[in-house]
Design a binder for this molecule. Structure first.
Ligand code: NAD
Length: 360
């Protein structure tokens, strides 16, 4: 298969970690006879330096016209003093809006080799943590009307609004994601209090008729926050609205240990997605070849699974990461005092995983 990938290396450690993800994608291409073509696109600080704009139209066009976008990270002190609408992060928001990606998908997976890094009890971790949160990204209270006014005292309002169609499109991503995994979908809301949540729940149940192979359950958001720390092994896919997803996905990433390990995808109406690790540009370690590239490599695996329909290839990358960790290789952020561990540079980690992909 031939795929055209727009590559935004970005700032700080971005170029280093993206190089390693490309190394691993090339290993997959060689093994399975695929062709991955890469086209550099500029967004963030590097785009400000090159074009005076964090996301020029020409660069957005490259992304929208690609089969998917692989992103490192953007931002850094150098651009902290530029005006608000010219900041690197504005480029990222414009990219998400321009690509129309309304669904943010963030897996929470613990690698048994890194279990000691989790703040949860060992017996809870031993049951396994491997779920995805599908979060609605461009609706709800963050996008409703916000106002503050005087009426004898200051009063503020933030409007939470969802239409059936907005819920349906994210609901479908939840069901489709579950269908590609263990076929369990948990819809999280606050239907004991909120109208938007009651509508949410009714749309999810209507959609369930179309996905008889997926088991749908409902959970109130406060209970879900507890269950994620009490027994995360019960979850496969969680689908929820913007604010609940924002909070739950940060909670979920914490229980797995290191920020350098976690990938994400953002998808919209088409299969063209945006794939990036959840961390930032880590300027404190940039240019030293010591960053952990695994979050970016696993983002590339998500691209293969969710945008290119290449589940075997994605499985290979995930298995290769497990194998390399199992052999004791660690970048600095996941190093511990455990016996037998070997320190790998960012570039070595990419090479080891690429080799392991070919060997599987
Ligand atoms: P950060 O995620 O970049 O770094 C936080 C800490 O984690 C740092 O100590 C860093 O060294 C470490 N870290 C992060 N990724 C790592 C990796 N792959 N390997 C090893 N260690 C890693 O967050 P920050 O320091 O708050 O932000 C730095 C810059 O990144 C800021 O300009 C911020 O705006 C930007 N940012 C960008 C994105 C994005 O591009 N999506 C997301 C968050 C922050």
């Amino acid at each position: 298969m031939k795929k055209h990938i727009a590559v935004i290396r970005g700032d700080g450690i971005g170029p280093e970690i993206v190089n390693e993800a490309i190394k691993v994608l090339d290993a997959v291409a060689e093994k399975y006879g695929h062709t991955f073509e890469y086209e550099d696109a500029y967004m963030g600080g590097c785009a400000i330096d090159k074009f005076g704009d964090p996301l020029p139209e020409s660069e957005l066009k490259k992304c929208v016209e690609s089969d998917s976008v692989l992103l490192g990270a953007v931002g850094g002190k150098k651009w902290d003093s530029v005006p608000g609408n010219m900041r690197p992060e504005k480029g990222l928001l414009r990219l998400r809006a321009g690509m129309g990606v309304y669904s943010n998908n963030r897996p929470a997976k613990i690698w048994p080799q890194l279990a000691s890094a989790s703040p949860l009890k060992p017996e809870t971790v031993a049951k396994g943590i491997d779920f995805i949160i599908v979060r609605e990204l461009i609706g709800g209270i963050y996008f409703g009307e916000h106002k503050t006014y005087e009426d004898g005292e200051k009063i503020s309002e933030d409007v939470m609004k969802y239409s059936e169609s907005e819920i349906e499109r994210i609901g479908r991503i939840g069901f489709e994601t579950a269908r590609r995994r263990r076929k369990k979908l948990c819809s999280v809301e606050k239907s004991n209090v909120l109208d938007t949540s009651r509508l949410w729940k009714s749309v999810m149940h209507r959609l369930a008729d179309e996905y008889p192979d997926v088991e749908l359950s409902d959970m109130l958001v406060d209970n879900c926050a507890m269950q994620i720390v009490k027994d995360p092994s019960q979850f496969d896919v969680i689908v929820t609205e913007n604010m609940f997803g924002d909070i739950l996905s940060d909670e979920a990433s914490m229980i797995t240990g290191s920020i350098g390990m976690i990938p994400s995808s953002s998808l919209g109406k088409t299969s063209c997605g945006l794939y990036e690790p959840i961390h930032g540009s880590a300027p404190d370690i940039a240019g030293q070849d010591i960053a952990n590239p695994i979050g970016t490599i696993l983002s590339a695996a998500m691209m293969l699974r969710y945008s290119f329909d290449m589940p075997r290839e994605a499985d290979d990358i995930e298995e290769a990461v497990g194998k390399v960790l199992g052999e004791g290789w660690r970048t600095g952020d996941i190093m511990s005092a455990e016996e037998g561990l070997k320190r790998a540079k960012c570039s070595e980690m990419g090479t080891l995983i690429a080799k392991a992909v070919k060997a599987i």
